[in-house]
Design a protein around this ligand. Structure first.
Ligand code: NAD
Ligand code: TDX
Length: 335
């Protein structure tokens, strides 16, 4: 059966991986990719997709109601909202776009969905909405305690999406994934930043004591979870998607350097992120009950990911010599 699927933010890291995943698993699906192409959006992420007859790219803003309304009016089976401002450090410097895109943009999509109907609306949320979890594992009923403007804007969108289920019976599913890694991740995020810096012998700016813990999820496993939830998830429910690979940033950095056979002297300890969440950890048993398991072997996929950046300089050199340069100077210049 062919479905008509709107993917927002499909030129970003996870959205583009999801489109590749759909093209492979469900080649008959019709995909509309709505993306504003902010600094993080990159059509290079969609090589091999653009020429598909059942793929359409629309450059535009999820907060543009007229545009979004027109897309939902076409009649959609599924909408998956990845579009967001996503980098915590940028949200600390300037939260404005986070409020506009992550909250208001989600509202706009939900409104258009309410007017025209949709088979399933997936709101991509994040583990950051739980805040810092010093011990144990967050489950979907835990309180939301977001601690930075990015996390707070995502928490707003997360609960707004739920309110459209509770109030208007819109068929919404909310997902909260842990830290993703894989190809096509903008090099402001820690893994691609550290790998590409290391490859160019630029120091790796490790925040604070480097003992903050993240739960790493291979992006393809995130995609398979979303795919499963579209067909088997219960509407109105929220699902954690955790990789189950908890690592301190120090351990992660050591693995990157070890794989590249580079010395730990490349690590530079720098001033900590403001309000830096100490630890995220997800209990994903609710999703696992539906039959999902992460397939990736963490050590192996971390290596394939590092190797991907090593072998695809064409992809990240362009980025690092553009907008990124100014950002890097501002962000790391006086740390
Ligand atoms: P990304 O920053 O790589 O991509 C975001 C995409 O959204 C870009 O293509 C950008 O151009 C687009 N976009 C931004 N504002 C827009 C707007 N107003 N209208 C239309 N498009 C717009 O982000 P990512 O890491 O791929 O994250 C995707 C989603 O997954 C986000 O909602 C994020 O909160 C969530 N998430 C990410 C992670 C992670 O580890 N990266 C973990 C959990 C959840
Ligand atoms: O230069 C750095 N040095 C450093 O030590 C950067 C960029 C990060 N870090 C640390 C901070 C975090 O403890 O690495 C860890 C990971 O940082 P990020 O890659 O910025 O990710 P994080 O802040 O954990 O948020 C990510 O996961 C949840 C995504 O960016 C979010 O979009 C997602 O919702």
């Amino acid at each position: 059966m062919s479905r008509k699927i709107l993917v927002t933010g499909g030129a970003g890291f996870i959205g583009s991986n999801f489109i590749h995943y759909l093209a492979e698993k469900h080649p008959q699906d019709e995909i509309i990719n709505l993306d504003k192409l902010t600094y993080a959006g990159n059509l290079d992420n969609l090589k091999g997709i653009a020429d598909r007859p059942n793929y359409r790219f629309v450059r535009g803003d999820i907060a543009d109601l007229e545009l979004v309304d027109g897309l939902f009016q076409e009649g959609l089976d599924v909408a998956v909202n990845f579009a967001a401002e996503t980098h915590v450090d940028r949200s600390i410097g300037d939260p404005d776009d986070f409020i506009r895109t992550d909250i208001y943009g989600t509202y706009t999509l939900l409104e258009a969905a309410r007017r025209h109907g949709v088979g399933c609306f997936v709101q991509i949320s994040t583990d950051e909405v739980y805040g810092s979890v010093e011990e144990g594992f967050s489950n979907e009923r835990d309180p939301l305690m977001p601690r930075n403007p990015y996390a707070a804007s995502k928490a707003g969108a997360d609960r707004l999406a739920y309110s459209y289920f509770a109030t208007y019976d819109l068929p919404v599913i909310i997902t909260r994934a842990s830290n993703n890694f894989g190809p096509y991740q903008y090099p402001e995020k820690v893994i691609p930043l550290f790998v590409t810096n290391a490859l160019d012998s630029i120091p790796l700016p490790l925040y604070g004591d480097g003992l903050n813990v993240r739960d790493w999820l291979f992006v393809r496993d995130h995609c398979s979870a979303i795919d499963l939830l579209i067909s088997r998830g219960e509407k109105g429910e929220t699902y954690n998607i955790g990789g189950g690979n908890l690592l301190t940033n120090r351990e992660l950095t050591a693995r990157i350097l070890e794989f590249l056979q580079l010395p730990e002297t490349l690590i530079r300890r720098v001033r900590d992120r403001e309000g830096h969440d100490r630890r995220y950890a997800l209990d994903s048993s609710k999703l696992k009950k539906l039959g999902w398991e992460p397939e990736a072997d963490f050590a192996a996929e971390l290596e394939t990911t590092i190797a991907w950046y090593r072998d695809n300089r064409w992809w990240w050199e362009k980025i690092k010599s553009g907008e990124f340069k100014e950002y890097y100077k501002k962000q790391y210049g006086n740390r």
